[in-house]
Design a protein around this ligand. Structure first.
Ligand code: GLU
Length: 427
């Protein structure tokens, strides 16, 4: 095991709470499945935690040191897989929780992957592109010995994108001495990225919303949709659902929210955000707070920002018929309980936002085969994966008379547990 522990790990209360939430979801599934306590114990803990302090020469010639993490939770079903997030609040426990969610997510969509996550505690909004490049390259070099195409394959997450992935690919390849595109996914198209990857998470969210509408016998056409977060996931989800006939009545970002009962035009809104940096101030829309946004009456509420957004403080006031989790971990277990009692259906993160990692897998397969598939081919495979997973989760949910989160967890944990059991413990 390679450990570069130099500085203190960053921790915070919300990271601890988030990890506890994810562990509680596992406990619930373990209890219902009557899981072997030894396997439960194995699944509770990540297999490896890499913690590094990443020194970066800033543009003003000072040096700053950022804490970076890569957590590898489980690889019984295949190489570790998961994104890398750059955010000021990144902390070790949050990354552990997110790595664990990746294990379940890959199992729900039946990808031959385990789960991992990475993160660097930094504020990318205050850093120049050169500083971000140096940070990414140094962090990659410090992860070099524990990642790789058959070991652990990073991808984008909050505030990282295809450019970040290109730097990771180049750094890894430089250290190897030859080009290794399959060491990372979410790359730009011109660097062997996949068609459809940029909007894959959102397309998955849209497919999950459409399948839920079918299940509830509700038309998607004209359905009122509220989206929290207008980043990579939220903005494309808005535009795909708009294309499919839904009415996007409100969206928000970290600076605030907007509502327009007539329906917003996602394309125009994306341009507004590109110009001004925020959705706030969009023509004809009324400004609201993020709190107000979550409480708007609607058919589908899509939290697509960060974790811990729907809590006991607001779960009672949610006015949505259903929630589709674009973000990872937006609902706390206490809030989940309230929503279940109120019969508000929640399509859980590990199903609803699995489109991203699904197309990451398709990108990786294309890279390994040195092929490039058309957008139609990628989207058809994505559609098939998400619809199958959705139906599998509904089957578990009905069989165990649970909510969809528990149904998805039962499916995921039973798949991972079986692999762990069959592999055994060596020596
Ligand atoms: N960061 C995304 C997620 O949370 C994608 C991960 C990947 O493609 O490996 O699912």
């Amino acid at each position: 095991m390679i450990l570069h522990i130099i500085a203190e790990p960053t921790m915070n209360d919300s990271g601890t709470a988030f990890l506890n939430h994810v562990l509680r979801q596992l406990d619930t599934a373990a209890e219902i499945l009557n899981l072997d306590p030894a396997i439960h114990e194995v699944l509770k803990k990540p297999k490896r935690i890499l913690m590094v302090s990443v020194p970066v020469k800033m543009d003003d010639n000072t040096v700053r040191v950022f804490m970076g993490y890569r957590v590898q939770h489980n690889n019984a079903r295949g190489p570790y897989k998961g994104g890398i997030r750059y955010h000021p609040n990144v902390n070790m426990e949050e990354v552990i929780a997110l790595a664990m969610l990746m294990t379940w997510k890959c199992a729900v969509v039946d990808l031959p992957y385990g789960g991992a996550k990475g993160g660097v505690a930094c504020n990318p909004k205050e850093m120049s592109i050169h500083e971000l490049e140096r940070l990414t390259r140094r962090y990659t070099s410090m992860m070099f010995e524990v990642v790789g195409p058959l070991v652990d394959i990073p991808a984008p997450d909050v505030y990282t994108d295809s450019q970040t992935m290109a730097w990771i690919m180049d750094t890894y390849s430089q250290l190897k001495g030859y080009q290794v595109p399959e060491c990372v996914t979410g790359k730009p198209l011109s660097l062997l990225g996949s068609h459809g990857r940029a909007e894959a998470t959102s397309r998955g969210v849209a497919i999950a919303t459409r399948e839920l509408a079918k299940l509830l016998n509700k038309p998607l056409n004209g359905a009122r949709v509220v989206i929290q977060g207008f980043g990579n996931v939220g903005s494309y989800a808005a535009s795909i659902l708009h294309e499919w006939g839904a009415k996007i009545i409100a969206v928000s970002d970290s600076r605030g929210g907007i509502v327009d009962e007539k329906g917003l035009n996602p394309q125009a809104l994306m341009e507004h955000k590109k110009k001004t940096g925020t959705v706030v101030g969009f023509d004809g829309a009324k400004q609201i707070t993020n709190e107000e946004l979550l409480e708007l009456p609607c058919d589908f509420l899509i939290p697509a920002a960060l974790e811990n957004q729907i809590t006991p403080a607001n779960a009672d006031k949610i006015n949505a018929a259903a929630i589709v989790e674009g973000a990872n971990g937006p609902t706390t277990p206490e809030a989940d309980k309230i929503l279940t009692e109120r019969k508000i259906i929640v399509v859980p993160d590990i199903l609803a936002n699995a489109g991203g990692v699904t197309v990451s897998y398709l990108e990786w397969v294309q890279n390994l085969k040195r092929e490039q598939w058309s957008l139609e081919e990628v989207n058809a495979k994505l559609e098939q994966k998400i619809v199958t997973a959705f139906n599998d989760v509904v089957r578990y949910t009905k069989q165990y008379e649970s909510n969809m989160r528990t149904g998805a967890m039962l499916l995921a944990v039973s798949r991972v547990a079986e692999a762990v059991k069959l592999l055994g413990i060596w020596p």
